[in-house]
Design a binder for this molecule. Structure first.
Ligand SMILES: O=C(Nc1ccc2c(c1)CCNCC2)c1ccc(Br)cc1
Length: 343
């Protein structure tokens, strides 16, 4: 156990604040990065809650290290504490002051089509990006979609992500995710394709955004599964014909008839009021670090610029990676010249 004399890696770089989320096997705490003053979220996972599900933690961390996009929650720093008897992981990531999209929908009852479209375009952007990188999320639901301080979507919780060997063509055998958002083929136990499962969950998500309740809902899980496998749901009269049509394209029981993520990018409903298809490629260029931030880091660590560039490009998700991303955040808020203390 770290003592006051030997501060843990966490307290060396972060000031822990209140718990902002907990559930399942993880707890999320708000924290402040001491050097930049930026707020971060720290997801604490330990063996006690996870049981032997260490692979799930490893999957989530590996996925988050490979995913960097404007609508995917950015991982900053991974701190693991292992001893002979146990282990714990702390993932430092973007803090989302807007909280969960779930709470936003509950507070507003349901969203107008125009507002739902803004969010859904960002969700499609995030999913198109992770699918292109060969990942299926498999647990898409409003609780795993957070809102940042500009009310932009940040996708989290890659604990159930699947990166089948050879991209998305392989069937995934495991059943997972949250029942109300689970695709028929997933709950039937048949082999399924992760990307098709994600599209079904996005249909349930869009329905929840537009209606304020779920298309398939029953307290009894078996009855819920039967409803999902039948694929019949209520179409409230406030839904526009365009919304109803898109929902029918997403909530197709036969995954081969379901709309694909690429078709969604310029789908008629998605394009209403917009001049361009959904932009899904990443605006974050990890292979070309920001020169202003590099300069600030090189000055702080007292390294030549090319040495600092090499250290950043190792992407170790240590304090250097955290400093890089947090200084990028400060630059985006016009605060970069605020010099870091020099030792
Ligand atoms: O910011 C996060 N979560 C969050 C959840 C709920 C709320 C917030 C953040 C904002 C604080 N008020 C309560 C509402 C968050 C960020 C990254 C990760 Br990984 C996991 C959670």
């Amino acid at each position: 156990m770290p003592s006051a004399a030997f501060p843990s890696q966490i307290t060396k770089h972060y000031e822990l604040r209140q718990t902002i989320g907990s559930g399942g096997f993880a707890k999320v705490k708000l924290a402040v990065h001491l050097l930049t003053g930026e707020k971060v979220a720290i997801k604490v996972m330990n063996k006690k809650e996870l049981g032997s599900d260490l692979p799930r933690v490893q999957r989530e961390i590996d996925a988050m290290k490979n995913l960097s996009q404007q609508h995917v929650c950015q991982l900053y720093h991974v701190i693991r504490q292992m001893n002979a008897y146990s282990w714990s992981w702390r993932c430092v990531a973007v803090y989302a002051p807007g909280g969960e999209l779930f709470d936003y929908i509950v507070a507003k009852d349901k969203l107008k089509e125009e507002e739902a479209r803004v969010f859904f375009r960002q969700i499609v952007s995030a999913v198109a990006y992770i699918h292109d990188r060969g990942y299926a999320h498999r647990d898409l639901k409003p609780e795993n979609l957070l809102l940042d301080d500009d009310q932009n979507i940040k996708l989290i919780d890659f604990g159930l992500v699947a990166k089948p060997r050879g991209g998305m063509a392989y069937h995934l055998e495991t059943c997972c995710g949250s029942p109300a958002y689970a695709a028929p083929e997933l709950i039937s136990g048949f082999p399924y394709h992760g990307n098709e499962v994600d599209l079904w969950s996005m249909g349930v998500l869009l329905y929840a955004l537009l209606c304020g309740f779920l298309p398939f809902d029953d307290d009894n899980t078996c009855k819920l599964y039967k409803l999902i496998q039948k694929g019949e749901y209520e179409v409230p009269d406030w839904l526009s014909p365009g919304s109803a049509k898109l929902l029918s394209q997403l909530l197709q029981v036969n995954p081969k008839r379901r709309v694909t993520i690429k078709q969604l990018l310029n789908n008629e409903w998605m394009m209403k009021g917009y001049a361009a298809p959904v932009r899904w490629t990443s605006r974050i260029k990890k292979d070309k670090p920001d020169p202003d931030v590099l300069l600030e880091l090189a000055s702080y660590y007292d390294h030549p610029l090319d040495t600092m560039m090499k250290k950043v490009l190792e992407w170790k998700y240590d304090e250097v990676t955290a400093m890089y991303f947090l200084l990028c955040m400060k630059k985006s808020k016009g605060q970069l010249p605020e010099l870091l203390p020099r030792y």
